[in-house]
Design a protein around this ligand. Structure first.
Ligand code: TRP
Length: 332
């Protein structure tokens, strides 16, 4: 049986990068897999979150996923902290994973920056919790972007060491699912940085909650260069901001970058941006409207999450009980 697990942090607004890079694929995967999608609030607090905002953002992220097409009747959608198996299995895995393995994680180095001494222990331990997320359900596949591949490798290492140390064949070696379409969307202000929920400038991203006017304004002000659009992808790749906008256009229109260049080469950014805005608004407005409709009834969203947590718990609980038995915890 194939089972997908994936997670997204409810640490800010869902944006176009989340949509094109992950959520759109999550929706497609529902056709072929049993899917478990998780709002990882335990991961979110590895960096400071205002409590009232965290709760509101979790609900909003749930609305975003539902609006994009996650179907809670088939897929499981819930927030992580509701299912105790995540934190509990993470503790066991803390005793399986080695310091040396975690010391090699590049995302910790990036997120902690220069002030490593002041980073939370949770931020260092983040990948172990992620391994627990996946393995608490014995997920066979995880759709991941480039930046999470190393964490998935770690989950495989933990599964393998657990199986080896305890002499069992219990956890699967979860496979990454790299989808052709997964688009890496960059900041609208800096073509070398990923579009991010936590970027200080709201003009760096297009949020799923942005109105048509906001989208138009952000794209108009998106960084570009003075040259017209090139006629080859090779030339395009030398210009990160231009490449980013063409990539977004291609992803939104289900085209390749060459298709887009064939149409726009030699034209200026003013014209290109006008058409990009039209396309972005046409794709995002229905999502935006559906999100607003869902947000008007927070009780209904909470019911979806509660139901999702119950279903998730029903899968994870027996797996965790088996882990306890394997490890040798006394159950009287
Ligand atoms: N670390 C992932 C991210 O930031 C989110 C995440 C948490 C996740 N647990 C997961 C993704 C398990 C896949 C599987 O994108």
């Amino acid at each position: 049986m194939n089972r997908i697990f994936s997670g997204v942090q409810p640490s800010g607004n869902l944006h176009l990068g989340n949509y094109l890079g992950a959520l759109r694929n999550w929706v497609r995967l529902q056709r072929d897999y049993e899917c478990i999608y998780c709002l990882v609030d335990l991961h979110a607090i590895t960096q400071w979150q205002e409590p009232a905002q965290l709760a509101a953002q979790t609900r909003e992220a749930a609305a975003g996923l539902l609006a994009c097409g996650i179907d809670p009747k088939t897929s499981i959608l819930f927030n992580q902290s509701r299912v105790p198996a995540h934190a509990e299995l993470a503790w066991v895995f803390n005793c399986v994973a080695r310091m040396g393995w975690l010391n090699r994680m590049t995302q910790f180095k990036e997120k902690a920056g220069k002030d490593r001494e002041n980073a939370s222990v949770g931020l260092f331990d983040y990948p172990v919790l992620m391994a627990a997320d996946i393995l608490a359900y014995k997920a066979t596949h995880v759709p991941v972007g480039e930046d999470q591949k190393q964490h998935l490798e770690l989950a495989r290492d933990i599964a393998q060491k657990f199986n080896h140390d305890f002499g069992v064949e219990f956890f699967p070696l979860t496979e990454p699912l790299i989808l052709g379409e997964a688009t890496r969307v960059m900041s609208l202000r800096d073509g070398s940085k990923k579009m991010s929920k936590t970027d200080a400038s709201d003009h760096s991203r297009i949020n799923l909650t942005d109105t048509a006017d906001a989208i138009a304004d952000k794209l108009k002000r998106a960084k570009t260069d003075p040259l017209p659009l090139p006629d080859s992808v090779e030339e395009l790749e030398k210009r990160p901001e231009a490449d980013n906008l063409v990539t977004i256009y291609a992803a939104l229109g289900d085209k390749t970058r060459s298709d887009v260049l064939r149409h726009f080469s030699g034209k200026g950014f003013a014209e290109f941006k006008r058409e990009l805005t039209e396309l972005a608004v046409s794709v995002l407005s229905p999502l935006n409207a559906e999100m607003r409709r869902l947000m008007a009834d927070p009780g209904a969203i909470d019911t979806v999450l509660r139901r999702g947590a119950e279903r998730a718990d029903a899968i994870a609980r027996p797996i965790l009980a088996e882990v306890h038995r394997i490890v040798g915890f006394l159950r009287a």
